[in-house]
Design a protein around this ligand. Structure first.
Ligand code: FE
Ligand code: FE
Ligand code: ZN
Length: 277
């Protein structure tokens, strides 16, 4: 089995997210650790985190997948942006310690003209500064669509980052199905081949979470526009094959599809049905 859930708003606190996901029928979820664009944070109430922990345990949730801010760019050409990103990441990882044993995913960044090689160096430098053996969170690099100067549009680039990080035990990958497809990996015709390639380059043991999205664009478009399950270029058959793939069992799958509450409930049900038949 896989764990299934979607992105939720943290507006009403941590426990509220757990209760919402139980009502949706899922058993994992994601949330932005801060406003995805603005970078502002709300204070974390330890009692609220503790209440969520009890809810997760009681309801047999899988690992949660917190998402770092889109504005957090560890490899920007601008020093101020990089310093800002370091502050955000440091603070986010501190806050995650209230929910030990979960996952924190972020976009590696955009090198904004520095070149991939320099960008990779900056990202690794930041991770080497902030990842310590004492951490109770696994930090995930997200596979990207490769739009603009984005780092992480190829498995090789992600491997390059991992190779440079000393505290690698705390490092993994979040596989976004829309992004990898847009980046040019053919998940429809050859998902086995893509996973084999992932295993060769990065190692499947690093794969800790899936962002489960269809795509509005064709393979290799480098666009990054998510679509509802079965409505996009990946299609329902491929989505089902991915969810049921033996190599991915036990992982949390997070829907980042363009849906409101009702749509998410339906998609979660669809995935649950695949697993039960
Ligand atoms: Fe993301
Ligand atoms: Fe994603
Ligand atoms: Zn995306």
């Amino acid at each position: 089995m896989i764990y299934i859930g979607c992105h939720l708003s943290v507006t009403n606190g941590y426990l509220a997210m757990g209760e919402t996901m139980s009502r949706f029928g899922g058993n994992t979820f994601a949330w932005f650790t801060r406003n995805p664009r603005g970078g502002k944070t709300r204070p974390v109430v330890p009692e609220d985190a503790e209440a969520l922990r009890r809810h997760l345990e009681k309801n047999a949730f899988g690992p949660l997948v917190a998402h770092g801010s889109y504005t957090m760019n560890l490899c920007s050409a601008k020093e101020e942006t990089r310093a800002n990103a370091m502050d955000m990441l440091r603070q986010d990882l501190q806050r995650m310690e209230l929910l030990p044993g979960n996952l924190y995913n972020f976009h590696p960044g955009s090198h904004t003209g520095l070149g991939s090689e320099a960008g990779i160096e900056w990202i690794a430098k930041a991770l080497n500064e902030l990842l310590t053996p004492k951490l109770h969170t696994t930090v995930l690099l997200e596979t990207m669509a490769g739009k603009g100067s984005e780092i992480g549009g190829t498995f090789e680039e992600l491997r390059e980052i991992i190779d440079r990080v000393i505290c690698r035990d705390h490092l993994g990958i979040c596989f976004d199905t829309c992004h990898t497809w847009d980046a040019g990996y053919d998940l429809v015709k050859d998902f086995d081949g893509v996973l084999q390639h992932f295993d060769d380059v990065i190692g499947l043991h690093r794969l800790k979470a899936v962002h489960f999205n269809d795509s509005k664009n064709d393979c290799g478009s480098h666009k990054d526009r998510h679509e509802k399950l079965g409505r996009g270029f990946l299609g329902m058959e491929a989505m089902k094959r991915i969810a049921l793939h033996p190599a991915l069992q036990g992982l949390p799958f997070i829907l980042e599809t363009p849906n409101e509450e009702e749509g998410y409930i339906k998609e979660i049900e669809t995935v649950q049905n695949w697993m039960n038949h």
